[in-house]
Design a protein around this ligand. Structure first.
Ligand code: C2O
Ligand code: CU
Ligand code: CU
Length: 448
């Protein structure tokens, strides 16, 4: 395993590169500053962030800071793409500590650009979090999980078939973490902080240890949870983050353990469409099957093994109150034979305003998944709280905190509450299955 490099200059230069991975695989890559994944950005709350995006990839692109609340012209709206040259970003970081990330956002080609390597961590710190003395330095491990397809000559290729574009998204059969296949990492028998990011185009993981060992969820998309939550499995959909505390000194018998994606079921919602590409022999392994993710070798020879005293209360959060809700919206996710996945019956149009919101308003949005495949729905310019979910499953541990992306399984209705305090202007919301997004499962929201 490699840790992503840290950003060492005030430029993110995206350029093409032919990359050999682990001496065995090749990727016709696009890289930020030559590194896979992109360099990790670390900033403190309150700091100003200035960077030049230099686009040398020969196609339109623009960077979006996923989870960060920034002015509209800094948000990487697809209308702001540049096909060459620079785009200057300059904004103040005014939000909670958390695991955010950045990736391109051009309309119709986000999927291939992310797949080819354009994605990195954006980690924000603040005082509240520092007071907890969580594991840091080598004991804090950012992990971006991505699945890939590999052809006979070892190329990680991107070539979704029509049914993959329209139905499942691009599902690979090989897992790469921080750009490395079959990763393993040596850890000491002590607590670690694992910052997980599902940077896959379409695949959902059910994070677990092979032996069923439990772990502690301490944070979600928008930073620390109010309270730590102990669990032995955790779903993480494309775009989502999960901040975990894992104590390798306890309960792992022997000196190694394996992180896996445990089998889970996707409701069929009365249709077979969800597995259509697989049925046609054109898709990767379907959603929900088990995958090995990575191995940890536990070094028990280190004598001082600091334990961690997590307080009952990790952070103080005031979620918006239902009493303040001025509007409820239904956001229907449908599948139509000819068009593919739509939001409220429509495909994305660059400048059409789909939802208009008054700045400062608190709203409830209900995502209704009438289709046969899962949709991780992501809203820009806001962090929300998941209120409830109808269907067969309940809220999951990460949903006790702030979220910017929420998984809506087939047949589910999921309600989220949020206050729109971002600067007025145009932002998007969309499915974070990148093939769905590219096929038009995206809409504009305007804050006025
Ligand atoms: Cu992570 Cu609009 O995207
Ligand atoms: Cu985003
Ligand atoms: Cu979708």
């Amino acid at each position: 395993l490699q840790f992503p490099e840290s950003l060492d200059r005030d430029e993110l230069k995206a350029s093409p590169s032919n990359l050999t991975i682990a001496g065995e695989y090749s990727l016709d890559a696009f890289l930020f500053n030559g590194s896979l994944p992109g360099p990790t950005i670390r900033k403190r709350r309150g700091e100003r962030f200035q960077i030049q995006f230099q686009n040398d990839i020969g196609q339109e692109s623009i960077i979006h800071w996923h989870g960060m609340i920034v002015p509209p012209e800094m948000d990487g709206h697809p209308k702001d793409v540049i096909s060459e040259g620079n785009y200057s970003y300059d904004f103040k970081i005014n939000q909670r500590a958390g695991t955010y990330w950045y990736h391109p956002h051009p309309h119709q080609i986000t999927g291939p650009q992310v797949y080819r390597g354009l994605a990195g961590f954006f980690i924000v710190t603040d005082e509240e979090e520092e007071a907890l003395n969580l594991p840091s330095g080598e004991f804090e491990i950012p992990l971006i999980i991505q699945d890939r397809k590999i052809d006979d000559s070892g190329n990680l290729y991107y070539n979704p078939s029509m049914p993959e574009r329209m139905m499942t998204g691009y599902l690979g059969e090989h897992i790469f973490i921080n750009g490395v296949p079959n990763p393993h990492h040596e850890v000491q028998a002590r607590p670690y902080r694992l910052r997980l990011l599902n940077g896959s185009n379409a695949r959902i993981y059910n994070i677990a240890f092979r032996n069923g060992h439990s772990f502690t969820v301490i944070g979600s998309d928008g930073g620390l949870l109010p309270q730590p939550v102990e669990t032995s499995e955790l779903l993480i959909a494309p775009g989502e983050r999960a901040d975990l505390l894992v104590d390798f000194s306890e309960g792992f018998s022997g000196n190694s353990t394996e992180l896996i994606s445990k089998e889970f079921s996707v409701p069929s919602n009365g249709g077979m469409m969800g597995n259509m590409p697989q049925m046609m022999g054109q898709g990767g392994p379907e959603q929900g099957i088990e995958f090995p993710l990575m191995k940890f070798r536990i070094n028990n020879d280190v004598d001082s093994s600091p334990s961690i005293n997590l307080p009952q209360q990790l952070s103080e959060i005031n979620f918006p109150s239902r009493n303040d809700v001025v509007r409820e919206r239904e956001i229907e996710l449908n599948m139509e034979m000819m068009t593919g996945h739509t939001i409220n019956g429509r495909l994305f149009e660059m400048l059409r305003v789909d939802e208009q919101i008054s700045q400062g308003d608190t709203e409830i949005w209900e995502f209704i998944n009438n289709s046969a495949v899962p949709h991780p729905m992501h809203i820009h310019a806001v962090q929300f709280k998941v209120l409830n979910r109808s269907g067969y499953r309940d809220l999951i541990p990460t949903e006790s905190g702030w979220k910017d992306t929420v998984l809506v399984m087939p047949g589910e209705r999921v309600r989220v509450i949020m206050t729109f305090n971002a600067q007025s202007g145009l932002y998007v919301f969309h499915c974070h299955n990148l093939e769905h997004e590219d096929a038009g499962m995206m809409a504009n929201l305007e804050i006025t």
